[in-house]
Design a protein around this ligand. Structure first.
Ligand code: GUN
Length: 287
């Protein structure tokens, strides 16, 4: 078997075209959805991610602004910058690009973002709503993975989904979304003994461990959907996923590549969350 490759760029374009009429309706009502990104320091990787997010927003007609702060800024300066965006009516979504410099309490900063503008979905209240099956704003990477699976028409109800990775940003919220769709979900991590015993029984395998080539073809159930969330910078400067693409491709039914897979979906779902946040905020103002 040779897997069908899940093209994140193509699926992201479909997400964007689905947003066009919603953005047009908002703009007709005098609302231009706005995303603000807070970027602390000058990490080249973060600068690239932020630029990609900004570009995607502008492509769909959103307003995108970046609030840059120096690497040595204080936590209170950062909190003040977030608070100014919380009360700015032109801004409907706020993200603070991670990681933050040492010495800054990331959780305190993330929890200070207004709930209705938390388009990363990292606020404990938004994560809690997801736990209880009433999602409000959901983290973008898990949303992007679900969108990819749906795009490929992959059934989830009654299937075994294995997630490798237990972060609050990807693994845990994704497990909740899969549970909500009727999958039987196992959450592993890179230290799980005999990881292959789990992965070989997975109809859907999502790998978000941050370990290059952790999953090889011999660990994949024939015909399974394999979604690679890993983005690892290798010593030669190239990007590699957590899945060994070539060996997995020979076994899986569907496989997402790195780059060009989930990364594109994360950005698309951030734009989608910003549009959703703008719709809700403008409806709340009209009520
Ligand atoms: N850094 C790496 N991924 C992310 C993300 O999804 N959101 C934010 N805010 N920072 C990140």
């Amino acid at each position: 078997m040779t897997a069908s490759v899940l093209d994140g760029a193509a699926i992201a374009r479909q997400v964007f075209s689905g947003l066009e009429s919603r953005v047009a309706a908002l703009r007709a009502a005098g609302v231009r959805p706005g995303l603000a990104t807070v970027l602390v320091g000058d990490s080249p990787a973060s600068q690239v991610y932020v630029r990609n997010k900004q570009r995607a927003c502008e492509e769909v007609g959103l307003h995108a602004q970046v609030r840059e702060l120096p690497a040595d800024c204080s936590e209170s300066e950062l909190l003040a910058a977030v608070e100014a965006l919380n009360t700015n009516d032109a801004i409907h979504g706020i993200i603070v690009q991670l990681p933050l410099p040492r010495g800054i309490d990331s959780q305190r900063v993330l929890q200070s973002i207004a709930l209705e503008k938390d388009v990363d979905g990292f606020n404990w209240s938004n994560l809690g709503a997801l736990v209880d099956g009433h999602p409000r704003l959901v983290p973008c990477t898990p949303l992007g993975v679900m969108r990819m699976l749906d795009h490929a028409g992959i059934a989830l109800e009654g299937r075994h989904a294995v997630v490798i990775g237990r972060s609050s940003i990807v693994g845990k919220p994704l497990a909740l979304l899969l549970i909500a769709r009727g999958a039987t979900v196992t959450v592993c991590n890179s230290k799980t003994p005999d990881l292959a015993a789990y992965t070989r029984s997975a109809d859907v395998l999502v790998v978000a461990a941050g370990r290059p080539k952790l999953v090889t073809g011999d660990m994949v159930k024939p015909g399974a959907a394999v979604i690679d969330v890993g983005i690892n910078r290798m010593p030669d400067g190239k990007l590699a996923g957590d899945v060994d693409f070539e060996s997995a491709k020979a076994v899986a039914g569907w496989l997402s590549p790195v780059p060009g897979g989930v990364g594109r979906m994360t950005v698309a779902m951030l734009v989608a969350n910003t549009v959703l946040a703008a719709e809700r905020q403008s409806a709340a103002r009209c009520a």
